[in-house]
Design a protein around this ligand. Structure first.
Ligand code: NDP
Length: 410
């Protein structure tokens, strides 16, 4: 018997909404609130149709859905909304820029909090947890829980790491996080989640963790080829990714962490051209008497990620290769999920990138609501017991697979 406030009505929010409503015994009531209320209403209408005809959404108990408009940059508006609805948790699937205002509103109202991406200031593409970790004491004192980064990466990659530590290793020395998307949407260039956030991430300097410190690399300068299970050979590039920062602290004894993501030559060529002509810049420029940010303008002309669902074919494979010691012997272990874009679309009307983010966000909220991940403070997912989350991944559409003899990344 719980109420959840879902903030945002984009691609990831759509999946969270569907998945909450597929678990009506936990999510008795949801309020979908975003800047554009018509997007919230469209989700409500779609699910209410499903609730009448599709047994996935329950039979006797159905989630009650309402919608509202909110500007999540405005803490006062958020407080008013939360006080009116009195949710047990706020699921933040708007943009990373709103993380702190939403956390402030949770503090003011004594409400638990969960998100899928760390806070970024609008004017600096810098991915780090320092702003949100600074809320630890305030959340502890208020007796409320904040779960940071409960998407896939960050999110499931942290849960996989906690699971590997708990069940498979005495010491983990190296983690390679591999994120492959072999999906094809048929456009020459589009991003699978919010284009602004995606391009900020890819054009930033890369980095990896080694022997206690982060080493920066030029953007997209380190390439490897990996033969992914169920997908095949793909080019992948080393990126900085936010979960490396928390894993470096939370996986005791870790010596090296790298993050690789696959990109096609076509995607990188487009990106290089856009970068060379200045379209990926986040510095505001004057245009016809108005200040515009080139990257935000680019976002406006690119396909909306939520519209890629019906066009995308193929699979994703995201997972972690662990190397370390078990019972005095060296061991390697690969945990991964393979997700099919078309199957996701059939189930919830979204492609696999939104699906692989939205399902773990719902599961993280479920963990808090069931009291399994409830402790006052601000935590990354690997700081909780991974077992109930891993069980839910199998039940809720993201089953995981393991290999005890994976091919390693050099
Ligand atoms: P979208 O751009 O599709 O959706 C963002 C939503 O947030 C939109 O509905 C937008 O409203 C709303 N929004 C933006 N600003 C505000 C505001 N000030 N007040 C209220 N609502 C606002 O993004 P995605 O769904 O692709 O991504 C959502 C989040 O998921 C992002 O933070 C992204 O970084 C994260 N993510 C995490 C991943 C992971 O694995 N951990 C992977 C992929 C994404 P409007 O439509 O009106 O503009």
């Amino acid at each position: 018997m719980s109420k959840a406030l879902i903030i945002g009505a984009g691609g990831v929010a759509g999946v969270v909404i569907h998945k909450c409503c597929q678990n009506p015994e936990v999510f008795t009531e949801i309020l979908i609130a975003s800047r554009t209320v018509s997007k919230c209403d469209a989700y409500k209408e779609k699910i209410e149709k499903e609730q009448g005809s599709n047994p996935l959404y329950g039979k006797d108990v159905l989630t009650k859905i309402s919608t509202a408009r909110v500007d999540a940059d405005n803490t006062e508006e958020l407080i008013e909304l939360i006080n009116g609805f009195k949710p047990d948790i706020v699921i933040n699937v708007a943009l990373p820029y709103q993380d702190l205002t939403i956390m402030d509103a949770c503090l003011a109202t004594g409400t638990d909090y969960l998100d899928t991406a760390n806070y970024e200031p609008l004017d600096t593409a810098k991915f780090e947890y320092k702003w949100q970790w600074a809320y630890r004491e305030k959340f502890e004192k208020a007796g409320i829980t904040a779960v940071l980064g409960s998407g896939f990466d960050p999110g499931v990659t942290g849960v996989f790491s906690a699971y590997a530590m708990k069940h498979e290793f005495d010491e983990i020395h190296q983690i390679d996080i591999l994120d492959a998307n072999a999906g094809d949407h048929g456009y020459p260039f589009a991003t699978n989640f919010n284009p602004e956030i995606n391009i900020r991430e890819v054009t930033a300097n890369g980095s990896f963790f080694e022997n206690g410190k982060f080493i920066e690399t030029e953007p997209i300068s380190i390439k490897r080829v990996y033969d992914f299970p169920e997908i095949g050979e793909k080019d992948m590039y080393l990126l900085h990714h936010e979960e490396m920062e928390s894993l470096a602290l939370n996986i005791k004894g870790i010596k090296k962490i790298r993050f690789f993501m696959t990109f096609s030559e076509r995607y990188l060529t487009h990106l290089r051209v856009l970068e060379n002509v200045g379209m990926t810049s986040i510095e505001p420029i004057e245009f016809e008497g108005k200040q515009i940010v080139p990257l935000q303008f680019l976002k406006a002309v690119l396909p909306d990620p939520a519209s890629l669902g019906p066009r995308t074919k193929g699979k994703t494979n995201i997972g972690c290769i662990f190397q370390g010691i078990k019972d005095g012997k060296e061991k390697s272990y690969y945990l991964y999920n393979v997700c099919d874009h078309e199957e996701c679309y059939r189930e919830v009307g979204s492609q696999a990138i939104s699906y692989t983010t939205g399902v773990p966000a719902m599961i993280g909220a479920m963990m808090v609501l069931k009291g399994l991940w409830k402790k006052p403070g601000v935590y990354n997912v690997e700081e909780f017991d991974p077992d109930p989350f891993m069980e839910e991944l199998n039940r809720c559409g993201l089953p995981w697979k393991e290999s005890f003899a994976p091919k390693l990344v050099d």
